[in-house]
Design a protein around this ligand. Structure first.
Ligand SMILES: Cc1cc2nc3c(=O)[nH]c(=O)nc-3n(C[C@H](O)[C@H](O)[C@H](O)COP(=O)(O)OP(=O)(O)OC[C@H]3O[C@@H](n4cnc5c(N)ncnc54)[C@H](O)[C@@H]3O)c2cc1C
Ligand SMILES: NC(=O)c1ccc[n+]([C@@H]2O[C@H](COP(=O)([O-])OP(=O)(O)OC[C@H]3O[C@@H](n4cnc5c(N)ncnc54)[C@H](O)[C@@H]3O)[C@@H](O)[C@H]2O)c1
Length: 466
């Protein structure tokens, strides 16, 4: 048995906890997978490194209506893939060797582990580790639905689809969330015929209804979108895979080369043995933590046991995992001065075509809030096409919606669909975080003319606040 001052399970956001303050103390970092975790190796970073070339590849389709005739001649898939992963794999290797070889006080264990107690675990090869403080940062993994044929080699998750050897001619995506929307954009821009099977009646259902409906409409124009459709079986065929779908018009078979499963991600608490160790779990399998990121047992925080990121967070987002990691980093070193995570205004963006970005309440949530508090909610929708930059783009679909409390002007939420939505929304995130009301935000600063942020300025000005 080996004892450490600090043990961290998970080298994604968990890796950032090892600051110079730990130099004189013993630390063990454990990861059974690829060093650096999801975002770096199979998540945010490689996907966005694919999204950028996808933007370039789709330019000819939109440029001709502005009088610019471009031709799309195809993509060199393996060149794109190798550029991305040459860069990413080197970062992962560099991080690994820094932790494994360069820091004398840090031990790296490259095995999966299971908890044996609140602050102890056993590695797959039988080594038992105990620690004064333990951080669980084991992230999440793709849910694999129970469909006959799901283990066929042509069926991928986001973990593997980015490394395939050939651009597929035909791709079926199962699911209608973030990953489905982003990969549909990437593959279709590169020339793949994309079919999406969505169990419900729309894509990105977690977003404000106006945004989700508009996205779904645009998705149906770009991709073969099958709503209210279940995938009942996947069968190997001469050309690839036959997918049996059951939709509103009854059963139908679709021939594809590759299938991407994107039906959500589940927290890695089962494989860690968190329930057996007596730790509290939410119904969805997440570890229960308090505001200071302390793991709960029977509703009370366990001293010296912390968690962060996808394994315990309501938000499976890297910027949230990073925020929680900063809180845990402080709390590990300052037991007498604990800080709390701030989840009040968590933004998110879907890097698809179009982009969608959101912060705060949807209109539906704001109406529930209004019912509960007696507040009156006002909303304003501003189209990109109503601003000068929108004219420049000849944009007909982009818009921003802002939602505020009528009497105080407090901004309750903002939702943007269109070009660079993830950037356009940032001033609203800032205003909400620092308590700026809609009126002050709109009138108390210059807005660069004729930048696309005028969409937000005009939406704020159009809110009918008191
Ligand atoms: C395709 C995709 C795209 C994404 N894009 C974005 C985006 O654009 N923006 C955004 O904000 N978020 C995005 N996300 C989400 C983001 O990647 C995650 O929220 C974030 O990486 C979670 O970090 P984490 O530190 O909690 O977990 P991870 O980075 O997953 O780290 C957990 C680590 O723990 C290890 N581990 C698990 N169990 C054990 C065990 N029992 N023993 C030892 N080691 C173990 C794993 O091997 C892993 O390396 C994306 C996710 C995916 C899948
Ligand atoms: N840009 C980003 O920030 C980004 C990008 C990718 C992933 N992520 C994170 O990763 C998480 C996982 O992404 P995701 O797209 O897999 O999940 P998701 O939760 O976004 O979407 C899952 C989709 O699958 C559907 N679904 C669920 N179970 C199903 C089943 N059995 N059969 C068919 N459909 C089913 C849901 O209705 C939904 O449409 C996201 O929730 C997000 O937090 C973030």
């Amino acid at each position: 048995m080996t004892h450490y001052d600090l043990a961290i399970i998970g080298s994604g956001s968990g890796n950032t906890l090892i600051s110079p303050e730990w130099d004189e103390r013993s630390v063990v970092l454990v990861d059974g997978g690829t060093f650096g975790g999801t975002c770096l190796n199979v998540g945010c970073i490689p996907t966005k490194m694919y999204v950028y070339p996808a933007e370039l590849a789709s330019a000819p389709a939109v440029s001709s209506r502005l009088g610019v005739d471009l031709a799309f001649e195809g993509v060199r898939w393996t060149d794109i893939r190798d550029r991305i992963f040459t860069r990413i794999d080197a970062i992962s290797r560099g991080g690994r060797s820094y932790r494994a070889e360069e820091l004398e006080n840090v031990t790296l264990i490259e095995e999966y582990v299971r908890l044996t107690g609140e602050k102890s675990f056993e590695t797959a090869s039988g080594e038992v580790v105990t620690a004064d403080q333990l951080v669980i940062a084991t992230g999440s993994r793709a849910v694999i639905p129970d469909i006959p044929g799901i283990t066929l080699p042509q069926v991928h998750t986001s973990d593997t689809v980015m490394r395939i050897d050939e651009l597929p001619e035909r791709l079926l995506i199962i699911g209608g969330g973030y990953i489905a929307a982003e990969f549909a954009h990437v593959f279709s821009s590169f020339g793949t015929e994309v079919t999406i099977a969505v169990r419900s009646n729309g894509m990105l259902r977690h977003l404000d209804e106006t945004v989700a409906d508009a996205f779904t409409q645009q998705a149906a124009q770009q991709w073969d979108l099958r709503l209210d459709t279940a995938v009942t079986a996947l069968t190997a065929s001469a050309g690839g895979v036959t997918a049996s779908l059951e939709g509103p018009d009854g059963p139908v078979d679709v021939e594809v080369d590759v299938v991407l499963v994107a039906v959500g991600r589940m927290p890695n608490t089962d494989t860690l043995g968190a329930a057996d160790a007596g730790l509290d779990l939410h119904d969805d399998g997440r570890l229960a933590v308090d505001a200071q990121q302390r793991v709960l047992r029977d509703g009370a925080p366990v001293e010296g046991l912390w968690s962060l990121g996808d394994v315990s967070s309501e938000y499976q987002l890297k910027h949230v995992a990073n925020h929680e990691a900063r809180i845990v980093a402080h709390n590990l070193l300052n037991p007498g001065d604990l800080r709390s995570s701030d989840h009040r205004f968590v933004p998110a963006a879907v890097f698809s075509h179009p982009q969608a970005a959101s912060v705060g309440m949807t209109e539906e949530q704001a109406l529930v809030h209004a019912d509960a508090t007696g507040a009156t909610v006002v909303t304003a929708v501003q189209h990109y096409g109503s601003t000068a930059y929108g004219w420049a783009m000849e944009d007909t679909t982009g818009f921003a919606k802002v939602i505020a409390d009528r009497s105080t002007g407090r901004i309750l939420g903002a939702h943007v669909l269109g070009h660079e939505a993830s950037m356009i929304i940032q001033p609203v995130i800032q205003a909400m975080s620092f308590g700026l009301d809609a009126h002050t935000m709109a009138k108390g600063q210059y807005w660069i003319h004729p930048a696309l942020t005028e969409v937000i300025e005009n939406a704020l000005l159009n809110l009918k606040t008191d």
